[in-house]
Ligand binder design. Structure first.
Ligand SMILES: [Zn+2]
Length: 499
C-alpha cells in the first residue's frame, strides 16, 4: 500500500514559529570518557519552575469568560486580567472535580477550604498561608498549593502575567489546574517521590484541559493553537536539564511533563490516579560528563576533525541504526536500502530530486535519489541556535523515519507517514539513551535532548489555529507520536494513523 505516489520526495518546510525556552543540551560521542560529580544547575523554586525566556511572538489571548463568578473570592487580588482567568479556572475546576473525584478515588470531592491568595511584592507575608518567613520575596515568582492551609497561592505581579504574555492565558489556567492537582493529592493522601507527584499534577491538568477542549467548560473555550501554545508553556516549566529524577524538588524533564499532560488529556483522571513510583518512568538524568555540562549538552553544529559536530555524527548514527533496525521491522527481513550522503545546500541553489526542483524545501528526504537535503545556510543554523543540537538531529531523524516508512509501505496517507516518521525518530533517540548505546550509533543523549526533540516538533508544526482542540492539534499529535517511539520503540510506530 501506500505511501503517496503524488510526490517522489517528502518534504516538510521547517519554519520556526515560536521562540522557545533557553534550550540547552545534547549528545556526546560514544566512547568519550565519563566522569562523575557534576553539579548541574537547577531551578530552585518550590513548586513551579521559572526558566522561561522571552518570546519572539505573542500568543493569542483571552480564552476565558470576562468576569469570574461572584462566588470565587481572591484574597489580595489586584483585579487584573490574569486574576480573572484564574478565578474562572478555579470555578471550573471546583465543578469539574465534583464529577471526577468520585471516578478517580470514590467518595465526594471536598472543595478547597483555605482560600485563594494573589500575592505581589507589597503583600504582608504574615497573611499568606505557608509563608515561612516575613520576607514575601521568598514566595514570589511562583504558584503553589499549600497543604497545611488547603490554599492556592500565586504571584500576580510577575510569574503569572509573564506566563500569560509568553504562552497565553490558558497556560495560566493550566498552572492553576496543576496546583489543584496537588489539592486532590492531599485529599487522596497520595504519597510518591516529588517527580511523580508533579507529573500526576500535570496529568490532572491534562485531563481538565481535555474537558475544556471538548467544549464542556462554561468558562473557557480553546483552539488547537491555544492548546499547542500551552503545551509549549509546560515545556518551559521543566526542570533545568541535568537534574536527577530522584531530586526531592524534581518536577520532571520537559519530555516527562508534556507526556504526563498528554496521558491525562488522552486517558483522563483514572489513568492519573494510577501514577506511582516508577510509573511513569521519568526520562531525567544528570550530565555524565563535565565537558558536556559546560557545553549545556550541545555539540557544535559543524565540527572539526578533532571535534565533530552534530551534522557530522547524526547521519552515520542514523545509517547504523537503520541498518540494524529495518530488517526487524520488515515482514520478510529485507535489508534497508540505505540513504547516501546528505546534501547541504544554500536556498538559492537547492539540489534536484528525481530530476525536479526542490526549491522551497528546507529539510527533506529525496526518495529516488536516496539522500537527505538540508538548507545549511538559514534553516538548520536557525534551528540549532534556537533549539540546540538535538533539535537539528531530530529533524534529520524524522526524514530517515519517512524514508523507512516509504520502504515499509505502512502508511495509508501523507499525514500518517509523517506521524510514523516522527515516531521512528523517537525510537532512534531512545536507542541513544545512556549509559551504553551501541558504539556504532556515535551519539549518547545528554540531559535535555529529548526536550529539544519535543520542542522542535512543536516549533515546526502548523496547527489549524482556529479549529477545535478536540483531539489535540498537529503539534500535539506529533509530540505524542515521538513519545510513542521513545517509550515503546519502532514496532509501535508502524500502526499509527492520522485521525
Ligand atoms: Zn506542582
Amino acid at each position: 500500500m501506500n505511501t503517496p505516489t503524488r510526490a517522489t520526495y517528502y518534504r516538510r518546510r521547517a519554519v520556526v514559529l515560536v521562540g522557545l525556552l533557553a534550550l540547552s543540551a545534547c549528545g556526546v560521542q560514544a566512547g568519550q570518557k565519563v566522569a562523575s560529580g557534576t553539579t548541574p544547575k537547577r531551578q530552585d523554586s518550590n513548586i513551579l519552575g521559572s526558566d522561561v525566556t522571552p518570546p519572539t511572538s505573542a500568543p493569542a489571548t483571552t480564552t476565558a469568560a470576562a468576569v469570574p463568578p461572584a462566588d470565587v473570592q481572591i484574597n489580595g487580588s489586584d483585579g487584573s486580567e490574569v486574576d480573572n482567568v484564574i478565578g474562572n479556572a478555579v470555578s471550573d475546576l471546583q465543578d469539574w472535580w465534583k464529577t471526577q473525584f468520585p471516578k478517580a478515588y470514590g467518595g465526594d470531592y471536598q472543595p478547597i477550604s483555605g482560600g485563594l491568595y494573589a500575592i505581589d511584592s507589597s503583600t504582608d507575608a504574615s497573611t499568606v498561608p505557608c509563608a515561612t518567613s516575613s520576607d514575601i520575596s521568598a514566595l514570589l515568582n511562583n504558584a503553589f498549593y499549600c497543604p497545611n492551609g488547603d490554599a492556592v497561592v500565586w504571584d500576580q505581579e510577575s510569574f503569572m502575567p509573564q506566563l500569560a504574555k509568553q504562552y497565553g492565558d490558558f497556560t495560566v489556567a493550566m498552572v492553576i489546574a496543576h496546583e489543584w492537582g496537588h489539592a486532590i493529592q492531599n485529599r487522596a493522601q497520595f504519597s510518591a517521590p516529588s517527580v511523580i507527584t508533579e507529573l500526576q499534577a500535570d496529568c490532572f491538568a491534562g485531563a481538565w484541559t481535555k474537558h475544556v477542549s471538548d467544549g464542556e467548560s462554561k468558562r473557557f473555550s480553546i483552539t488547537t493553537s491555544d492548546l499547542d501554545t500551552a503545551i509549549t508553556g509546560i515545556l518551559a516549566l521543566r526542570d533545568a536539564p541535568g537534574g536527577a529524577a530522584d531530586d526531592q524538588m524534581a518536577h520532571g524533564s520537559g519530555f516527562d511533563r508534556v507526556g504526563a499532560f498528554q496521558d491525562g488529556f488522552e486517558d483522563g483522571v483514572t489513568r492519573c490516579a494510577e501514577f506511582r513510583d516508577g510509573d511513569p518512568a521519568p526520562y531525567e538524568f544528570p550530565y555524565s560528563d563535565p565537558g558536556d555540562a559546560n557545553a549545556n549538552g550541545n555539540l557544535q553544529l559543524t565540527g572539526t576533525t578533532d571535534e565533530p559536530g552534530i551534522t557530522d555524527l547524526v547521519f552515520p548514527s542514523l545509517k547504523a541504526y537503520w541498518t540494524d533496525t529495518f530488517p526487524k521491522l520488515s515482514t520478510d527481513g529485507k535489508a534497508w536500502d540505505p540513504l547516501g550522503d546528505p546534501v547541504a545546500f544554500s536556498p538559492d541553489d537547492p539540489p534536484t530530486c528525481g530530476g525536479k526542483s526542490t526549491s522551497g524545501s528546507s529539510v527533506f528526504v529525496c526518495i529516488p535519489d536516496r539522500f537527505v537535503g538540508y538548507d545549511a545556510q538559514d534553516t538548520i543554523p536557525q534551528i540549532y541556535q534556537q533549539g540546540g543540537d538535538f533539535a537539528v538531529a531530530t529533524l534529520f531523524a524524522t526524514r530517515y523515519g519517512l524514508d523507512a516508512v516509504h520502504q515499509l509501505g505502512t502508511a495509508k496517507d501523507d499525514a500518517s507517514a509523517a506521524l510514523q516518521g516522527d515516531c521512528l525518530a523517537g525510537s532512534w533517540a531512545a536507542a541513544l539513551l545512556p549509559p551504553n548505546p551501541p558504539e556504532s550509533y556515535q551519539l549518547v543523549l545528554s540531559p535535555g535532548d529529548l526536550d529539544e526533540g519535543v520542542a522542535v516538533l512543536m516549533q515546526t508544526s502548523s496547527s489549524g489555529g482556529s479549529g477545535s482542540a478536540n483531539g489535540g492539534g498537529d503539534a500535539f499529535q506529533r509530540v505524542k507520536a515521538y513519545r510513542t517511539g521513545v517509550i515503546k520503540g519502532a514496532d509501535a510506530c508502524l500502526s499509527l494513523e492520522a485521525g
